[in-house]
Design a protein around this ligand. Structure first.
Ligand SMILES: [Zn+2]
Length: 136
C-alpha cells in the first residue's frame, strides 16, 4: 500500500450517543449533523440507506429489514448507544410522487420494529424538510 493522504483519526473506541438511520440523500447531510449536535448527539453510528426507515417498515425483502437490524445490533455491541434516531425526509427518491404522510407513517412503523427488536433503546423519530426538522 502507498500512503496517499495524511490525516490523524482518533484511535480510542467510543461510546455512541446514538445510532442514527438516515437516507443517503446528501442534501440533508449538513442538516442531520447540525441537528444531531443540537440534540446532544456528537458521536454516532450512522446507518445510511436510500429511503431510510422504509427498509424497516416496508422492505423490498425481509433480508433488507434483517440487515438493518443486524447493523443496529452491531452498533449496540460495539459502541453501546442508548438512543435510536429514525429519520425520513422530503422529496425522497424512495417515495417519488408520494405524500410526506407516507414517509412519516413508515418512520412510525420502523419505530415499532426497533422497539420490538431492541426494547432497551429510546427511539426518536424526525422528518427532515427543506426548511427544518420536525419531530414525529
Ligand atoms: Zn431519501
Amino acid at each position: 500500500m502507498q500512503k496517499v493522504f495524511h490525516f490523524d483519526s482518533p484511535v480510542e473506541v467510543y461510546k455512541a450517543d446514538a445510532c442514527v438511520l438516515t437516507c443517503f440523500d446528501a442534501r440533508f447531510e449538513l442538516a442531520v449533523r447540525k441537528f444531531l449536535r443540537r440534540r446532544g448527539v456528537a458521536l454516532y453510528d450512522q446507518i445510511k440507506i436510500p429511503g431510510a426507515a422504509r427498509a424497516l417498515a416496508a422492505p423490498a425483502s425481509d433480508g433488507d429489514r434483517d440487515f438493518v437490524l443486524r447493523m443496529l445490533a452491531t452498533s449496540i455491541a460495539l459502541h453501546g448507544p442508548e438512543r435510536m434516531i429514525l429519520t425520513g425526509h422530503a422529496d425522497c427518491g424512495a417515495y417519488i410522487g408520494r405524500p410526506a404522510e407516507e414517509v412519516t407513517a413508515d418512520i412510525a412503523r420502523a419505530a415499532e420494529v426497533i422497539r420490538g427488536a431492541q426494547p432497551s433503546l429510546a427511539v426518536e423519530s424526525y422528518f427532515f424538510d427543506f426548511d427544518g426538522v420536525y419531530q414525529l
